[in-house]
Design a protein around this ligand. Structure first.
Ligand SMILES: Cc1ncc(C[n+]2csc(CCOP(=O)(O)OP(=O)(O)O)c2C)c(N)n1
Ligand SMILES: [Mg+2]
Length: 569
């Protein structure tokens, strides 16, 4: 058969597989149903014929599938594909839709749709009672609030173009989810005849030059500038120019660290210490969804607030109303080197002297802060136990380990004690909880040689559907280590009761309804039941051996759980 004949003979499902491969999609995170038969057949044919196809990864829960696609994108920068079963599988994506939306993850989700036809003459027609039950008036509505774009493939011949378009829309800034519904008959119809043309997304946006020059002037003449970031490290290459800008100006950098955006032990890194904002006269916000919380340390009302962000207005957050004076739409990986150039042009002897003097002052102020973090790591106070444990963990983490973080109320301790390089740390900042453990497989698939460590609360661990996360990861040869900061509680759900009702019934009785997670489950036994194993850790001295054991499991293709016992939350 000639290649033209082969492509003419291709059905739409085969074209889907070929198109995904051609888009550079490496993994199809899939949970199959009656609707996916043509895709399963196409995958089998591609394996048999050794034609290009993404690797299918079975995920036994859809939350895990989308979380893994998200983790993969964080680590690889390339959009992946997810395939779920009709309305039911779409609903099971659950909170992962929210996490992917808030992190602008350009994945494409494919979902079956009940067949339309009942006639036996039409391939793929309805043949089970469930095909009536699973038909919804508006299946796409489930994802519409969270995705950028939804579409149904009406006929096989249209599939190629629609898939190309889905990836183009998903990858265009600001990025996001696309959702494509695939009726079974359409998948079994002939394809369009040859792969549809690629539709490349636009190149990253550069900042308006006049606006950038203005930002540079504000910063150059500021007395107490502060930079706030959270996701600049999503493009690790953007970190070096950010460091350069901060060093030139002698300016503290607050890193909320959804990705690691500023080296945590750099003398100008303020971690999450919002106090540096309270006397700022110029604040530059970079790639940050929540730069500060108004009732906590915040800039004075007369501070000049500047912003560079790929999505500065954040229309999907209805009341995002930070007092920004000058805002630029740009990819900071493009804009920051240009900002550094602008600042260099503005150097005068007087400015250089001021910037240098400030660098020394700020460095001294932040050194005190860092000493307080180190003191916490040595403290015997029960409240410091998370810092002590995390400090001990940080000492034994392999240099190339990648951390996924979902530590909830222990997040500040993670930020103080866990030190990674750009590209070695991911959080979502948007916890529909469960992402870290569910997403770890995706990171491991993207970076197979790096140990992958998910640090999470005991509540977050349960939300991850750990049975599916562990089993699916091991089956895919992408194991990880979960480190559970186990305070036997939903502490985050207890603290607001205490804060909002001091002296109230819950507070005086010391009883916070439905926040304690006792009797405690055995997380290690759970991992064991699914082929993994682990260790319970009660003191920091036990951590090195526990980590070594779990990294050994990981090297053997098994997941490890380290269940760190903390004082009750
Ligand atoms: C899917 C989902 N359900 C519920 C919540 C509400 N919630 C926020 S934090 C939290 C408790 C988390 O407990 P844990 O992971 O143990 O962390 P801790 O609060 O103890 O530090 C809950 C239930 C959520 N964020 N996401
Ligand atoms: Mg907890």
């Amino acid at each position: 058969m000639t290649s033209t004949e082969a492509s003419r003979a291709m059905d739409a499902a085969a074209e889907l597989i070929r198109t995904l491969a051609d888009e550079g999609v490496q993994h199809l995170f899939i949970n199959p149903g009656t609707d996916t038969a043509p895709v399963q057949e196409a995958l089998a044919a591609a394996r048999k014929d050794e034609t290009p196809s993404p690797r299918a990864v079975l995920c036994t829960h859809e939350f895990v599938a989308l979380s893994a696609a998200m983790g993969h994108y964080f680590a690889s920068g390339t959009p992946q594909a997810v395939m779920v079963h009709v309305d039911a599988g779409t609903l099971n994506l659950g909170g992962a839709l929210h996490n992917a939306q808030r992190n602008r993850v350009p994945a494409v989700i494919f979902a079956g749709r009940s067949p339309y036809a009942t006639s036996p003459g039409i391939p793929g027609h309805r043949d089970t009672y469930i095909h009536w039950q699973q038909e919804q008036l508006d299946q796409q509505a489930v994802v519409r609030a969270f995705g950028k774009w939804t579409m149904e493939v009406p006929r096989g011949r249209d599939l190629g173009l629609i898939v190309r378009r889905a990836y183009q829309v998903a990858r265009a800034d600001p990025r996001g989810l696309a959702y494509v519904m695939l009726p079974r008959e359409a998948l079994m119809e002939p394809a369009g005849g040859g792969l549809a043309r690629r539709l490349p997304p636009p190149r990253p946006a550069a900042a308006d030059p006049a606006g950038l020059a203005e930002v540079a002037r504000y910063l150059a003449d500021a007395d107490r500038p502060v930079i706030v970031t959270s996701r600049t490290g999503a493009r690790p290459a953007a970190v070096a120019p950010l460091v350069e800008v901060a060093e030139m100006l002698g300016c503290p950098v607050l890193d909320h660290r959804d990705r690691l955006s500023f080296p945590p032990r750099h003398p100008l890194c303020a971690g999450e210490a919002g106090e540096v904002l309270t006397d700022a006269d110029v604040v530059l916000i970079l790639d940050t969804e929540v730069p500060w919380i108004p009732v906590q340390p915040a800039p004075p009302p007369d501070a000049t607030v500047l912003q560079i962000d790929i999505d500065p207005v954040k229309a999907s957050m209805p009341t995002w109303a930070y007092p920004v004076d000058l805002s630029l739409t740009a990819d900071t990986a493009v804009a920051l080197p240009m900002l550094a150039d602008e600042l260099r042009r503005l150097i005068t002897p007087a400015r250089a002297e001021r910037w240098t003097a400030r660098r020394e002052q700020v460095t001294a102020r932040l050194a005190d802060l860092r000493r307080s973090w180190a003191a916490l790591a040595r403290s015997a106070e029960p409240a410091a136990a998370p810092d002590v444990m995390l400090h001990a963990l940080n000492r034994v983490l392999p240099p190339d380990a990648i951390v996924l973080e979902e530590a909830v109320t222990n997040r500040p301790a993670v930020l103080r004690q866990i030190v990674r390089e750009p590209g070695g740390y991911y959080a979502t900042g948007s916890p529909a909880l469960g992402w870290a453990v569910a997403g770890a497989m995706g990171v491991k698939l993207a970076r197979p040689r790096a140990p992958v460590i998910a640090i999470c609360g005991d509540g977050a661990f349960s939300f991850s559907v750990p049975t599916a996360a562990i089993w699916s990861a091991q089956r895919a040869g992408a194991p990880f280590v979960a480190v559970i900061l186990n305070n036997h509680a939903y502490r985050a759900s207890k603290l607001p009761v205490q804060r909002l009702y001091p002296g109230g019934a819950a507070d005086t009785e010391g009883s916070f309804p439905e926040t304690d997670l006792t009797p405690a489950p055995s997380h290690v036994d759970l991992a064991r039941a699914y082929g993994g194993d682990g260790r319970v850790v009660r003191s920091p001295g036990e951590l090195p051996a526990a980590l070594e054991y779990c990294l050994g499991l990981e090297a053997d293709g098994r997941c490890g759980v380290i269940d760190i016992q903390l004082p009750p939350g």
